[in-house]
Ligand binder design. Structure first.
Ligand code: ADP
Ligand code: MG
Length: 248
């Protein structure tokens, strides 16, 4: 990880009518850093990632990407996916397109790149996630874990500066969780900057450079994983962690 701050979120606010989903969120993520967001359901994790990816209009504050500028300003919405990649719990692959066409659609439409060059990169990425042999398969022919790995490849093929993952293993059968988490671990090792929302605590402990704990639209604490899991600063984080300890 470098010391250079890549993502700087300042006083980010987002409402849905009367619901204040984000109440002034501040966060910095350095280049190559992996930030894992933990927090109870409804605390604003997904809304936060969606704002970072330009999928939600924000009410106040700013989201700044070093070298690019502010999201929604210097980075227009149609260019965001080429700088900020996002993968969701539901894979959202296009059912009528095969794997390679799912992957190539974004780069072809939004990035004005040559088909041969994109396909070469797609092949390399498919190899990296162990799915080159499914290049011409359709989404319905793939398992959940395979679809999720394709969704990751599709986002990566846009050459983003930073990747956002919102509970990407939450809908998967247990055996498939691992094959997806392995891909994230490999990305982290290769220096990808990432913001990950997950409920896989062991994975979070392992992959995170820092844990960001959210509650009720706010960040309550930012700690190293070691600190967070052994000695959380807030009572709320303690009770959150305790809720995972079914047999204690
Ligand atoms: P999390 O991902 O942490 O479970 P969310 O970001 O999905 O939380 O939701 C934060 C809050 O915003 C919740 O109160 C949720 O009900 C509300 N919310 C999220 N999306 C919408 C929406 N599209 N319309 C209305 N309320 C929403
Ligand atoms: Mg969510």
């Amino acid at each position: 990880m470098s010391e250079e701050v890549l993502l700087k979120v300042s006083n980010l606010k987002k409402n849905f009518g009367a619901i204040e989903a984000l109440k002034g969120v501040n966060l910095e993520v350095k280049k190559g850093e992996v930030a894992v967001i933990l927090g109870p359901s409804g605390c604003g994790k997904s809304t936060f990632l969606r704002c970072l990816n330009g999928l939600e209009e924000i009410a106040d504050g700013s989201i700044y990407l070093e070298g690019y500028g502010e999201i929604g300003k210097e980075i227009p919405f149609e260019k965001i996916r080429g700088t900020v990649g996002m993968v969701f719990q539901s894979y959202e692959l296009f059912p009528h397109l095969n794997v390679i066409n799912n992957i190539m659609l974004g780069p072809l439409k939004a990035q004005n790149r040559k088909k041969e060059e994109i396909e070469k990169q797609a092949d390399e990425l498919l190899n990296r996630v162990g799915l080159y042999n499914r290049k011409f398969a359709y989404p319905r022919e793939l398992s959940g874990g395979q679809k999720q790995r394709i969704a990751i490849v599709r986002a990566l093929c846009m050459n983003p500066e930073i990747m956002l993952f919102d509970e990407v293993t939450a809908a998967l059968d247990p055996e498939m969780v691992r094959e997806v988490l392995v891909v994230l671990l490999e990305l982290a090792r290769n220096g990808m900057t990432m913001v990950i929302v997950t409920h896989e605590l062991e994975f979070a402990k392992h992959i995170a450079d820092k844990i960001v704990f959210m509650e009720d639209g706010k960040i309550l604490e930012v700690s190293s994983p070691k600190e967070f899991f052994s000695n959380p600063k807030t009572e709320r984080a303690k009770s959150f962690l305790a809720s995972f300890d079914l047999y204690k």
